[in-house]
Design a protein around this ligand. Sequence first.
Ligand SMILES: O=C(O)[C@@H](CO)OP(=O)(O)O
Length: 248
Amino acid sequence: MSNGTLILMRHGESEWNASNQFTGWVDVALTEKGKAEAERGGELLVEHDLLPDVVYTSLLRRAITTAHIALDRADRLWIPVIRDWRLNERHYGALQGLNKAETKEKFGDEQFMLWRRSYDTPPPAIEPDAEYSQVGDARYADLAEVPLTECLKDVVDRFIPYYLETIVADVKAGKNVLLAAHGNSLRALVKHLDGISDDDIAGLNIPTGNPLRYDLDDDLKPLNPGGTYLDPEAAAAGAAAVAAQGQK
Ligand SMILES: O=C(O)[C@@H](CO)OP(=O)(O)O
């Protein structure tokens, strides 16, 4: 049996994407634009005859709602859904809730980029009882420890084993697998799939709401390295916009 296709989809624009705030594990909703992006994502799946057989989402509503809207548009609301915290956005520590432009101004370009895009430097930890901490949130009751901050390496360490142990089985069973997730959890997966170095991953940004397909060979290596965005033009503009966040 030939492998199914992996479809990576970052959620549509969230309220905090629009207001330029670090988000991480804070459970903010989609904006109207974000809902329209999700709808367009579903339309692209139909246009490319790439209908998902199963969907994995994070535990955050911006990914859950994006999947719901896209699958509704593709008439695939009935497929099995698996939600797992390992697909969550990177926990942004004490930066959660802060404005990106103000943070950049206050701490300087270098520190800002280190926190935002370095592979193994986490932002300062959030206080467990801070407003935007997830300690005590019922959805994470099964976790031995709720993170107080994460760097991209931490996301790789939690997400890639789950991908290999759980998600890959669906791909090997010939299913088209939709992963509705986040900028940094999808960067972790792309790093793994394309073998991107710890340094080079800093330059990779994932646009919102644009499905990115990966066709995998028998060794689960991409047949289309770098993946293929279903709307390449919008993807290039979207990735540039993410890279520029922090500008006023
Ligand atoms: O704030 C966040 O959680 C992420 C994604 O929106 O931002 P960044 O692209 O700066 O890592």
